[in-house]
Design a protein around this ligand. Structure first.
Ligand code: PXP
Length: 238
């Protein structure tokens, strides 16, 4: 049975829109776990656009399932990861001007630097996942870099312009998952997965885990809106 890890970055995005204290990502993590999440993911970006350092420290105390810290392989964030000691870290590429993570990590092109970061984190007792495009070269490089897990980037699948292209991207992911599995890597998938496009990935037996954020938080805003308005209307009329 595949597991679901929920990325709660966008709870913090709403908070940071006003630089206030709500909604509280730690509360969101607790509720996601109540709902059945098998893990909580946050991305501590260098520009701190959503998740803040204090969130990560508090989540480490509160998350009882598994805390996965998404991060760039920079000295500053590696230092924080070694202090916090999340259950696992996922190394991702990061560019300040991007809206969200845009591509997989080029492990093959930066093997020694990434292998060094993987080894530093693992020495700190943190399992390491590498976020890679569904490319056999990148999967093989992730193994050489010492990763425990790969997360296959499903963005190209999610953004496919036609069903034929989506099917091809899906097959690319299936082939990459198989290769990773045969190399002894554990396999996750994520990015751009929604209630409408995720189901077919459950046909890939090597996938242990789904990392899903934006679509779940988007749905939460709408399924919770009626109740929230009702509560405010009742307060005003009381
Ligand atoms: N996995 C990784 C490595 C990511 O960078 C992200 C986005 O932060 C996700 C999964 C979740 O993607 P989405 O928010 O599109 O579900």
């Amino acid at each position: 049975m595949p597991r679901l890890s929920v990325n709660i970055d966008h709870v913090a995005t709403v908070r940071e829109a006003r630089k206030t204290f709500e909604p509280e990502p730690v509360a969101a993590a607790v509720m996601a776990q109540l709902g059945g999440a098998d893990g909580i993911i946050v991305h501590l970006r260098e520009d701190r656009r959503h998740i803040q350092d204090r969130d990560v420290y508090l989540l480490k105390e509160v998350v009882s399932t598994k805390l996965n810290l998404e991060m760039a392989a920079t000295d500053e964030i590696v230092r924080i990861a070694l202090n916090v000691k999340p259950d696992m870290a996922t190394l991702v590429p990061e560019r300040r001007e991007e809206l969200t993570t845009e591509g997989g990590l080029d492990v093959a092109g930066n093997l020694s630097r990434i292998a060094e970061t993987v080894s530093t984190l693992k020495r700190g007792g943190i399992r390491v996942s590498l976020f890679v495009d569904p490319s056999l070269d990148q999967v093989a490089a992730a193994k050489r870099a010492g990763a425990d897990i790969i997360e296959i980037h499903t963005g190209a699948y999610a953004e496919a312009d036609s069903e034929a292209e989506a099917e091809q991207r899906f097959r690319d992911a299936a082939v990459a998952a198989r290769k990773a599995y045969t190399l002894g890597l554990r396999v996750a998938v994520g990015h751009g997965l929604t209630y409408h496009n995720v189901k077919r990935f459950t046909r890939i037996p090597e996938i242990e885990e789904f990392s899903i954020g934006h679509s779940i938080i988007s749905r939460a805003v709408l399924v919770g809106l009626e109740r929230a308005v009702r509560d405010m209307a009742a307060l005003l009329k009381d």
